[in-house]
Design a protein around this ligand. Sequence first.
Ligand code: KG4
Ligand code: ZN
Length: 327
Amino acid sequence: MQVLGIESSCDESGVALFDTERGLLAEALYSQIPIHQVYGGVVPELASRDHVRRLPGLIRQVLHEAGVERPDAVAATAGPGLIGALLVGATLARTLAFGWGVPVIGVHHLEGHLLAPMLEPEPPAFPFVALLVSGGHTMLVQVDGIGRYRILGESVDDAAGEAFDKTAKLLGLGYPGGPAIAALAEQGNPAAYALPRPMLDRPGLDFSFSGLKTAVLHQVKRWEGQGSAVQIADLAASFQAAVIDTLYGKCRRALEQTGLQRLVVAGGVGANRRLRERLRDLPATVYYPRPSFCTDNGAMIALAGALRLQAGESSSPDFPVRARWPL
Ligand code: KG4
Ligand code: ZN
């Protein structure tokens, strides 16, 4: 079965064609980051408009590269995400499916992220623990199979990626904040500032990152706008170390609690090199999607859609999109 996947939940227009026999046949991505960069964050209306502009061309390109005229089904992200942006992808998917006379399926964006490592040559076997760390979500999930997800813990406030983005803003760095902080942290001393390791001293698997962001804010205020380049790099490194310590500690606890020895790391923050180095110390095999499948992409949506369709599911042609949608 050949499934065309469309991702448009935020600021990336992603399209891919996944074949259940042959794997990924083609994929294309257009990142809107330059459009939103000047505003320091994603502007929803601009995101929707740019998806309208980009997606038709990306779809044409992917079908051409894959040598496919009419796929067997179309999958699109149905949520959670920016409602206008989601509507663009979903409407295109419904229209194409109607024109081709094939089934359509609405995919949960986080399911896409959770299953993304299955696009790699050595995919993890079920069950596994997944650490999902993106701009919108931070959660630990026990994945027993397709659609069989048990949430072990999640952030009670900011997501890890959001904390990177907000902290980068406080430090006067660009958007998106994750890569900017990660790059600057390489020149800083991670032990320079004693920042909190939120929720690590408490039992359970929930996360909280807003206090860490506030601790950075207090430090920046102490400089009264006069922070030196060395101080800013040190604070970036100290912040990154605090996030990594927290994620490491909670993953360790989740593996102990479930007795599992496989950890999947998904979502944009999973691209962080220092985090990856640290997670090597865990008593588990750690699986990552390639960096371009850590962040939003069409391939994970095509894959998740294909697996759902193979299990006999499909959506009604007028399936709803949802800004919020629990996993
Ligand atoms: O999964 P994703 O592309 O989009 C969402 O669904 O949210 O994740 C984007 C997030 C942003 O907050 C970005 O700052 C963060 O991932 N990110 C990173 C790195 N690369 C991207 N955070 C830390 N280190 C990185 N290298
Ligand atoms: Zn995402």
